[in-house]
Ligand binder design. Sequence first.
Ligand code: SF4
Ligand code: SF4
Length: 219
Amino acid sequence: MIITKQKEQKELLKNLEGENKIFIVGCGECSTTCRTGGEKEVQQMKELLEKNGKTVTGWVVPDAPCIAAKVKVALAKNKKAIREADSIVSFACGLGIQSIKENDREGKFVHTGCDTLFMGAIDKDGTFQERCSACGECVLEETGGICAITRCPKGLLDGPCGGTDKGKCEVDKDRDCAWTLIYKALKEHKKLHLLKDIHLPKDYSKMSKPRKLTLPPAS
Ligand code: SF4
Ligand code: SF4
C-alpha cells in the first residue's frame, strides 16, 4: 500500500488561488485506507473548497484496485465536469496524480492534495509502517522476511552495526534493531547459517530512476 498524508489546507488553498472551479479526484484504494482521499475525505474537501468560495464541478473516487489502472475510465465518465473546471485537485498518491495528468484529455492542471510518504503496511496498533523501498533486488529470502534495507536506518546488508543495544536501534531507541529481528526470525526457522553469507554491495543500477518493466506478451 502507498501511504499518503494530506497537505495542509493552507498550502492547498494557496495552490488553488485564482482558480474558482475545481474537479476533485480521490482514490478508492490506498488513499481510502489512509483516510486521505476516500469518499468521506473528498466530501470534506468539497465542503472546504465551497466554504472558501470555490465551485466544485464534480468529483470521483476511482474504485480499487489502484487508481492508476482505473483513472482513464473515471475521467472519461466525468469529462463534462472536468471541462468546466479550471483545474483538478487529486488526493491520490504521486503515482495516481501523474496517471491523472497522463490520462486527462482536457489537459487541466492537476494539483497535489497529498504528500506521498512510503510503501508500507498497517500494524496491529493501526500505525502505517514502511516495509519496502523497492530496491529491485530483494533480500528477504536471506533476512528471514524482514527488510534490512528499509527497517535498518543504515540499510545494512550485513548487520547488526556496533550500536545495537538490547535489541533496540541506536538511531532510534524506541525502534527494534532490524538485524536483531532478522537474527530471531532466522533462528526460529533454523536458518542461522544464512548469517554467515557475506552480501556483496547491492547493484544500485537496479534502482536507477525512472525504472520500467515491460511484460512479455501474455500466452
Ligand atoms: S529487500 Fe527490502 S527494499 Fe528490496 S525489494 Fe525486498 S523488501 Fe523491498
Ligand atoms: S542498531 Fe540495528 S537497525 Fe539500528 S542501525 Fe544498527 S543494525 Fe541498523
